[in-house]
Design a protein around this ligand. Structure first.
Ligand code: UDP
Length: 437
């Protein structure tokens, strides 16, 4: 077992409010898994970039979980695409912080997202500990399923991800599908990949009375509510939901449909991605309610208030929102992409829609909204399905992965086998085989 691990999350703090900007499921994942690991006696230090001069250097996020706000570059105004320029200062600061400790302070590094992996790669070689890497999203997968108007991920990101697939000691994927994507697009060795399905906070997200939730949100109890929750960007495709709702209403204007959109602007495609204007253009502005990003307690009320939660994403490595909604007893209608096929049990807890066309989405939506009996059946099964995914299960899978990494490496505090194969030699070997590095 590792005693203390360094978790690296450069581009977004686990303490940031998810659902806007760059903060989303990864933040929730990092914080929740860290809390579970700490409960099992593994101390966790999370290194992230300070984004305000008022960020305290150290924050105890939970017993045994310390968030270290590392100063690297200007506090504000740096987008995710600017961050590669600040990797040197960030890495230098991480190495300096560790140098203040006794040698062998960390037993293992777990990096999240490719930028963090680049930092972890160097730190791994310096500290002589294993590097476990979780990509969370992959440029090659995103680019293969781009939404209209969404900017492709740059080639440099894919090259960075390729390096991490090659040099990490172990890789963590959310689902078997993600493991296949790592193999198909990046040539990852199957034996290097562990699966750790994400979870939901099953104490926070529980079924509850929809009427009371609607009263609190100011939503009419008689309406049929379809909610979208998440970062608002073309990749997440809330526009698909608006178009589908407009088509349902075009068929029957008297249908009491309300679309509830919860979240804030995010991502490269946010300029010109205006849902208020789209709702107006579609003539359904009186049927759409927008709410800013909500903290978990309020979000649970949103899920409970909804008859259906829609996840129309073009690409989704898992889809925590789908899981949280089901934990609250709400059926989910989701695009059949990535991990959503695991998060949603098609026909049992919701419906998977094969594409993103208005016809297929409006047909699936009106079927669900019109059939109260079938919705009730899906709603009853949803919490049982969600109960199979808890952060505690995720932490168990991560610990298995860490143990494998340490074993392959020689165990905590033991001089590593890899010490003789630093990053540059690995790179040279790959280059010689003509691979991207
Ligand atoms: N979220 C939130 N408040 C909001 C919207 C979203 O706390 O207003 C959280 C939500 O609970 C979920 C996460 O943001 O845990 C989104 O994760 P998901 O996997 O659905 O999408 P991602 O952001 O990773 O693409």
């Amino acid at each position: 077992m590792p005693r203390r691990i360094a978790v690296i999350s450069v581009h977004t703090s686990p303490l940031a409010q998810p659902g806007t900007g760059d903060a989303g499921g990864m933040n929730v994942y990092v914080l929740e898994t860290s809390k579970e690991l700490a409960r099992r006696g593994i101390a966790v230090d999370i290194f992230t970039r300070a984004t305000s001069s008022s960020d305290p250097h150290l924050v105890e996020a939970a017993p045994g979980v310390t968030v270290r706000n590392v100063v690297a570059g200007p506090f504000e105004g740096l987008g995710k695409s600017d961050l590669p320029s600040q990797m040197c200062p960030f890495t230098a600061a991480v190495l300096r912080e560790e140098a203040a400790n006794e040698p062998g302070h960390f037993d293992l590094i777990h990096s999240h997202y490719w930028l963090s992996g680049q930092v972890g790669w160097l730190a791994r070689d310096r500290w002589r500990v294993p590097l476990v890497h979780t990509a969370h999203t992959l440029a090659a997968v995103k680019n293969a399923a781009l939404a209209d108007g969404d900017a492709p991920e740059p080639w440099s990101r894919q090259a960075g991800e390729q390096q991490l697939v090659d040099v990490s000691d172990r890789l963590v994927g959310n689902t078997i599908e993600e493991s296949r994507q790592l193999q198909r697009y990046y040539g990852a060795r199957p034996g290097k990949i562990d699966i750790a399905a994400p979870g939901a906070d099953l104490v926070r997200y529980t079924p509850g009375p929809a009427g009371a939730a609607r009263d609190r949100l100011g939503i009419d109890r008689g309406e049929k509510v379809v909610a979208f929750v998440g970062r608002i960007q073309p990749l997440k495709a809330p526009d698909v939901l608006l178009r589908a709702a407009a088509a349902v209403l075009a068929g029957d204007r008297s249908m009491p449909v309300r679309v509830l959109i919860v979240g804030g602007a995010s991502g490269s495609g946010q300029h010109g991605y205006d849902l208020v204007a789209l709702a107006r253009e579609l003539g359904i502005e009186d049927r759409v309610t927008f709410l800013p990003p909500q903290p978990p307690a309020e979000l649970a009320e949103v899920y409970r208030a909804a008859d259906v939660v829609a996840v129309p994403s073009y690409s989704e490595s898992f889809g925590l929102v789908a899981l949280e909604a089901q934990a609250c007893g709400t059926p989910v209608i989701a695009a059949d992409v990535g991990g959503l096929g695991v998060a949603v049990a098609d026909g049992v807890t919701g419906a998977l829609v094969p594409g993103h066309g208005v016809a297929e989405w409006s047909a699936a939506l009106s079927r669900l909204l019109a059939d109260d009996g079938s919705r009730a059946r899906l709603a009853a099964a949803a919490p049982r399905h969600a109960a199979g995914f808890s952060w505690s299960h995720t932490a168990d899978a991560l610990i298995d992965c860490y143990q494998r990494a340490l074993l392959e490496h020689g165990g905590p505090g033991i001089s590593p086998r890899r010490a003789g194969a630093p990053a540059e030699r690995v790179l040279r070997r790959k280059r010689n085989r003509g691979r991207i590095v």
